[in-house]
Write a protein that binds this ligand. Sequence first.
Ligand code: LLP
Length: 382
Amino acid sequence: MFDNQIIEKLKSIETPFYYYHTDLLHRTLSKVKELADKYRFHVHYALKANSNDQILKIISGYGLGADCVSGNEVLKALSTGFDASHVVFAGVGKSDKEIINALEKDIFCFNCESIQEIQVINELASKMNKIASIAIRINPNVEANTHKYIATGKEENKFGINMAELNEILEIIKHCGYIKLIGIHFHIGSQIRDLDNFKNLCFRVNEIQEWFTAQNIRLTEINVGGGLGINYQEPDREAIPDFDNYFSIFNQYLKVKPSQRVHFELGRSIVAQCGSLISKVLYVKKGSNKQFAILDAGMNVLIRPALYQAYHKIENITATSSETAIYDVVGPICESADFFGKEVSLPITQRGDLIAVRSAGAYGEVMMSLYNLKEQAQSVFE
Ligand code: LLP
């Protein structure tokens, strides 16, 4: 990813920064678009993964919809070129202000996660004399082999509505004059590498669809969420995730009725591999039995390793030595959890070297914090 010309350019930029390889983003999007067209799937980009304006403008240029989880994300999607008629709005805790804002903008659909939320949307829509289209987010109780903080499809998670509540919900919706139930929505978790999990989701959705048919309810929209994982271990070997097999599973196993449209909400798989965090080595410090490479970026800039014990490949992109040594690569923040990697083998590393923390395009920049009031990372595009 980093040839000599790029490295020379990066050396002159103040660190830390997120570096985005836009050519890879374009190639990833072309692939997604090609397959979405082939299967007539509707792909929404999950803004939560990365809501950098320039990234969003590129993505909206491919005609994708937007999956938003806050009023500000809805506004951001609209201001960066996404069409309101392709915006879905999810989240367990939509505020009244956010709902009103989305109704004003005439978004495509609210993904609803509780009975009370549906009642509130109905009440607010009635005051505005609008009809809100909704999908019920159903908790499919499907396993997703991923970190427990990012698995969402089991009954113990706060997300979605359990099957047992559906009868009551349908009864309530009958009396909501400003709500139109158009679909069902699912999302089992994120960073899912074993595609069998998605196959199981399809089987479960098919069963749930039968239940709706038995109630004589016709739904036009089936939203299966996102969650396709990426290769953090070897980002260059799999720069574009396996969208072929992913979409083909849904094409093969999901039973779709002729009038129905299938929606996806992909975040990480679209943007993760095009971004790296570039940081400078401030100091190399020897401990009693290890040595630390201390960077000028920490968990304030990229929190994934501290929060999810997430692995990111770490490279010294300016090293000159052919010899290697073992380092704990850590940040400057006053917390022991502030590290990017432990016992990482790197070429002999010195003060001033540039370190790339790879696959940081998703859930990197967006999760930056003001902690310790360290400098924020800027973004750089190639
Ligand atoms: N749809 C819903 C309802 C979601 O909750 C999410 C992610 C997505 C779509 C997009 O999922 P993706 O395709 O990106 O896997 N900060 C964590 C990930 C949190 C994911 C939250 N929901 C991380 O850094 O791993």
